[in-house]
Design a protein around this ligand. Structure first.
Ligand code: CA
Length: 219
């Protein structure tokens, strides 16, 4: 899952960037509204974490601009403590949720999971597919009730494919979800991850659609 973090405070931004990556999110961190707007044009993010107090273009203006363009990206705003007006204005401008600073990373992650799940129309936190259960909150995947140990990226890849069950995702789309700006991506990285997943979960789980991408077919 790919997040856009918009925060001009270096200390908080660094902490969130590191913490969220540790929680298996791919994260791009930008420090102003202008860069945020161009990043959104280029990358299909799953959620944006948006500080309201930004230099030049404020978080609120970023939010208003993307909503006026009909962009449906889930947005969680970060507001200064006790700034009730910021929260109200932010929600009215199209934010999906907010957190007042200071907050715990755990709470942010829980809210992100809920937001992303809702945006995908996924009713439950855990994703169940045949004999496989994937729990994004616990970072656990089981097959026939036995925990399967897979790498961070393999987990992210499996989650993307399961969440998009029935749809074909191209290699470029999957790379977008699994890597941040600046990550070195081997040209066959996705193929290698798919190969490992097939070894763990059977060769029939993930189908290759030649020239298009990969899919987990509907049950
Ligand atoms: Ca700020």
């Amino acid at each position: 899952m790919r997040l856009l973090l918009v925060e001009d405070d270096s200390l908080l931004g660094e902490g969130l960037f590191t913490g969220l990556r540790h929680e298996n999110y791919s994260v791009d961190w930008v420090k102003n509204g202008e860069t945020a707007l161009s990043a959104i044009r280029e990358t299909a993010y799953d959620c944006m974490i948006l500080d309201i107090g930004l230099p030049k273009i404020s978080g609120l203006d970023v939010l208003k601009q993307i909503r006026s363009q009909g962009i449906v990206l889930p947005v969680l705003i970060l507001t200064a403590q006790d700034e009730l007006s910021d929260r109200v204005v932010g929600l009215d401008a199209g934010a999906d949720d907010y957190l007042a600073k200071p907050f715990e990373l755990d709470e942010l992650c829980a809210r992100l999971r809920a937001l992303i799940r809702r945006s995908r129309g996924q009713p439950e936190q855990r994703i169940t597919y045949k004999n496989i259960i994937l729990d994004p909150a616990a970072h656990i995947v089981t097959r026939d009730d036995e925990i399967v140990s897979i790498s961070r990226r393999e987990f992210a890849l499996l989650e993307e494919l399961l969440a998009s069950c029935g749809r074909v995702l191209s290699r470029a789309q999957l790379e977008d979800k699994l890597y941040n700006w600046g990550d070195e991506i081997e040209s066959n990285a996705i193929e290698v991850h798919i190969h490992h997943l097939r070894k763990r979960f059977g060769s029939n789980l993930i189908k290759t659609i030649r020239g298009v991408g990969y899919t987990i077919p509907k049950q």
